[in-house]
Design a protein around this ligand. Sequence first.
Ligand SMILES: [Zn+2]
Length: 411
Amino acid sequence: MKTLFTNIKELLQIRDANTDVIKGLNMNYMPKIENAYLVVEHNLIHSYGKMDECPTDIENILDCSGKMIFPTWCDSHTHIVFAKSREEEFLMKIEGKSYEDIANAGGGILNSARKIHETSEEELFQSASERLHRLIKQGTGAIEIKSGYGLSTEAELKMLRVIKRLNEAFPIPIKATFLGAHSYPQQYKNNHEAYIKLIIDEMIPKIASEKLAEYIDVFCEDGFFSTIETDRILQAGIKNGLKPKIHANQLNISGGVQVGVKNNAISVDHLECMDDEAISNLKNSNTIATLLPSCSFFLGIPFAPARALMENNIPVALASDYNPGSTPSGNMSFLFSLACIKLKMRPNEALNALTINGAHAMELEYKLGSITKNKLANFIITKEIPSLTYIPYSFGENCIESVYINGNIYN
Ligand SMILES: [Zn+2]
């Protein structure tokens, strides 16, 4: 059955089927049709064009006067499988407690890790399902989810099995990333080498043989995993068919970008701390720069230099980093505002980063991220708004009227 959407004020992000990742200043171009129609057949985009060429033989019609349509958000970096929120740490931070105080009171990643051990697979699935349902209602139409709160073979596998079940239960594409190298568990505090061996010799082969993840991630930062350790872990992942996609340069100029590029990472994510060397390294690579401004906002740390990256012709994607510690939100409309206000990205640049480049950062560009014939009919219909710029400008306001997934309205 076909559905016809008529009188669309602006149909945005119209691209050819083989559109490459959008780089640098080209990100300010947003292909669109004003006063447009869109036809959806089954789960796919069938056709589109100007209203004066609108087909007349379709019965099921939805009038979109005054409203915009663009692809759903592609959120390429999240940690939405977790046992419990950590708002007690939020309160401690407000009251001026240090990171050490919080860790001593049982906070931080190790807090999440302990709770994962105490929580059943079913409970984890239920709580992540609730989060994911909420995110789709807010316009997310594809998502990547990481493990990394297990930090033992059994618990990492449990997290990845939950991600697999989410993928089977939900109508949007979900990509799984193994992040065993997120932190060192308590019992390996003084023996990092033994934990790295556990990741390389036991976790990676098991995960690969059960096909529980497509990507491998490492938290490459001073005090966590060094560039040499990151390289070893990525190499082991690659040998087992896992593709790198890593946390880099959040807290320090750590060399994380370079080790990601060396291993042909799909993306290097965070990049709050960058220097000329890291930028020129990225510039001469196929790796996407994925920025996570919600994390900078919540922690009060510097924002990534989005403009310098774009001026160097680097493709930028934006993702939420939704996690219980540093970014307890997956709201992509708010992220859109932060990208414009804090990263100084123009609305067109941010929309490219949130859709087609996010799709590339999950290798889903062949079926999502743009309004393209035969791509999945995953798109957002806005309320009646004056312009695209109004969405990031009116931060905190919900400009989304409805979300379509596989051609059906999502409730
Ligand atoms: Zn993250």
